[in-house]
Design a protein around this ligand. Sequence first.
Ligand code: WT7
Length: 634
Amino acid sequence: MDKKNEKSELLLKVEEKIYPPEDIIKRAWIKDYDSLYQESIKDKEGFWDKVAQELHWFEKWDKVLEWDFPHAKWFVNGKTNITYNALDRHIKAGNGDKTAYIYVDEEGNEERITYRELLDKVNAFANGLKSLGLKKGDRVSIYMPNSIEAIIAMLGCARIGVIHSVVFAGFSEGALHMRINDATASAVITATYTKRRGKKIPLLPTAEKAVEGLDYVKHIIVWDRDKEGVAEKKGERYVDFEKLIEENKGDCEPEIMDSEDPLFILYTSGTTGKPKGVLHVVGGYMVNTYYTAKIYFDFHGDEVYWCTADIGWITGHSYIVYSPLMNGVTSVIMEGAPDHPHPGIWWEYVEKYKVNVFYTAPTAIRMLMRYGDQIPAKYDLSSLRILGSVGEPINPEAWHWYYEHIGRKKCVIVDTWWQTETGSQMISTVPSYPMKPGKAGKPFFTIEVAVVDKNGNELPPNTVGFLVIKNPWPSMLRTCWGNPERYKKYWNDINHYYNAEDLASIDEEGYIMIVGRADDVLNVAGHRIGTMEVESAIVEHPKVAEAAVIGKPDPVKGERIKAFVVLKVGVQPSEELKKEIQNTVREILGPIAIPEEIEFVEKLPKTRSGKIMRRVLRAKELGLEVGDLSTLED
Ligand code: WT7
């Protein structure tokens, strides 16, 4: 495992401990993490039983957990609706006029929506979906900009039990087609375009190409941003997003959902060419996301919060949409790039909206760091209290920059480790707890993790191994859509523990350091990309015979993609051809998956059974030990 050697020196460097400021400790919900954690481990079900009672249920559960390995049911027979907890509950408590979201774009255009207004639109949209014949259990794909409209679409589905499957708007037609088709969505909700770096990037044409030949997609609901009458012009299959809301105003009773009823599918990359549809259900996801946000972000309800992720990823689902609403906070949501029109735009908005809790990814921090300390120095960032990090390991250098130049040493950093599959944050330090730069921290209440070898034996401190979770948790994925075997694999790989497919180590004090993926999955700028997905896209180019893809360390993105390409017989390599191959990947998967570097080779290293040995290519490329070559064919 070459990643191991590379990162082991890091272990020695990360030793420092930083204590949270007094005022943060004073305010914090949790002041005695260690003892509460121990208690929670002794009575896991009792812990979640208490948490779940903070939310509204139409009918209480009879049992907190039913664990029939590897299948879990949480809050068994409980009846609820997550939108009720996200919206109605606050309105009933007299907080309907509170701002739920402040939408901003790169130009400073702003749009606000209160909890009451949001509920009205969600109800109208849900009524609209019903009028189109959609019902509980149907799937709908959402391919939309990071916007209030996308949130209305998601919550509108959840209101009536329609399963949403959001597809990141940066994906292209091939990736979108695969996701719509795998979920057999009855409708696609999209927009005419999304805005980024001052440009309008069309979405509708991509959605239209993606649904070609998919007859079961009955409706294409379009948010017609410039009111061009698109739906009318296009004909019967098309529905205008805003008109649908306008024409279906009125209450929509929340569908009574069983705890274990599906809430959404979200596709994520794995080792095979085809992403898996991670399925989350209503009850456990609701309780777990609500409570982790409350604890790690120390939400009391009066915060302004900004998560810079996109609704197209799990971070957006859990920590832009569902948990901030359930905690009754005001969220900023931005459409656009972090450094456009200028590299201080994020800090400008933090100052303008007096953001208290800010949640972003290390790749963005590293990028903004490069513009220099004088950029954030221009802004008043004194409203900030908690700084979150997510998506990839945060290197100590970026950690310190975030801590000093954004937090001004008055904030805490919560480096939250989790995954699409876990649904909510699993490892971090609660705000009152000492931090170690570069180490995510300790498990959330009731969660038991370990670092083990491939047989499940626990490894000594500071040794890199596989990160596993020993016991079920409420927001764990319930299955992979249409692929129950893949689900079981998570629990059957290593000693009946949940295999996170990450490498990590734990120090003597129990702090966990995440090293990176243990599988053939890349983390490019916090985006999870499967090597085989990229390889399959490359070989779509008519002149390509074979391809192998590796990740190379990148100072900003964490990893960047390099492809080794074998051309078909008689084809001459050229710079032109590299560009064509990059374009093929852009068209099929999207810009995030483009290999920055392409090298033409005669053949690829393979095992005797024909598997590409990416680790050999990677080791050669990076000048590392190649390791065991006994299975190499040639
Ligand atoms: C993978 C999951 C969870 C939301 C965003 C990504 C990596 C995530 C951290 C962190 C080190 C991290 C892991 C994980 N990862 N958070 N704080 N420190 N690595 O969700 O797309 O499902 O990717 O992201 O490798 O397995 P995802």
